[in-house]
Ligand binder design. Structure first.
Ligand code: HPA
Length: 266
């Protein structure tokens, strides 16, 4: 991890303040960045390499709306077969580089009956149903606590700022709890229903491991879901990756505007 962080710091003089992980629905943010340096994952020592179609794999140093950012274009998912430590390795590297703020984005199935396709949900909390945790195993107390606090996994300060930006920019924002599952299957109607009863508003296959690692390392986390399909009884249709990508593309301009306007205020 030290080797990866030093390599990256030697690649570019820009000192990123905020890290952004682009999920489905935020890929187009790349076009808004004043890029200083783009590095393919495979050139970074010890970095994993991404496999899913529609997710590329580069780390971008640049400026977005005047803010120095480090952007992960292409993320790692548990369902691809990475272990939890590997898929959260980039978060550890970001923290080692001195980055203290993290923005995550993802595509998710909506469970709350008041949600529509292409809505944006600000994640206010999560439920980890992945049956795993990136912090299992021996702990290095010099890096983070054995039993990390998760009472404010998602920064309330950042949620409030996003709400203000949403109002200013006329972007409707939903708020809610994200439940993280392994995938790769989408849910059965009974599973969607069960997750909603459990207290979740959206379900997806990412974000939870990265948030856990980031909080362990003391980073402040802000996360957004694009609602790409509805797991609401009576509204469930056959889910496909293509449909998810289409709905994510529809929400993309709103997502980009929100993140761009939010950044200088973070
Ligand atoms: N379930 C899980 N993950 C998802 C979904 C879903 O319905 N939509 C997009 N990612």
């Amino acid at each position: 991890m030290n080797e990866s962080a030093s390599y990256l710091q030697s690649c570019c003089n820009l000192k990123p303040e905020v890290a952004i992980v682009l999920g489905s629905g935020l890929g187009g943010l790349v076009d808004e960045i004043l890029i200083e340096k783009e590095i393919p994952y495979h050139e970074i020592p010890n970095f994993p390499v991404s496999t899913v179609q529609g997710h590329k794999g580069t780390l971008i140093f640049g400026k977005l709306n005047g803010v120095n950012v480090l952007v992960m274009s292409g993320r790692f998912h548990y369902y691809e077969g990475y272990d939890m430590q590997t898929l959260t390795f980039p978060i550890q590297v970001m923290s080692r580089m001195g980055i203290k703020k993290l923005i995550l984005s993802n595509a998710a199935g909506g469970l709350n009956p008041s949600f529509d396709i292409a809505d944006i949900m600000v994640i206010t909390d999560h439920i980890n149903l992945m049956g795993n945790n990136p912090l299992l195993g021996p702990n290095d107390d010099t890096i983070g606590p054995r039993f990390p606090d998760m009472s404010e996994a998602y920064s309330r300060r950042m949620v409030k700022l996003a709400q203000k930006v949403g109002e200013e920019q006329n972007i409707k924002l939903q708020h809610g709890v994200y439940v993280g599952v392994t995938g790769p299957c989408y849910e059965t109607p009974a599973e969607y229903h069960a997750f909603h009863i459990l207290g979740a508003d959206a379900v997806g296959m990412s974000t939870v491991p990265e948030t856990i690692m980031a909080r362990y390392l003391g980073m402040e986390v802000f996360a957004l879901s694009v609602i790409t399909d509805l797991g609401v009884l009576g509204q469930i249709e056959k889910a496909s990756h293509e449909e998810v990508l289409n709905a994510a593309a529809k929400a993309e301009p709103k997502m980009i505007c929100l993140v761009k306007e939010l950044l200088p205020q973070l």
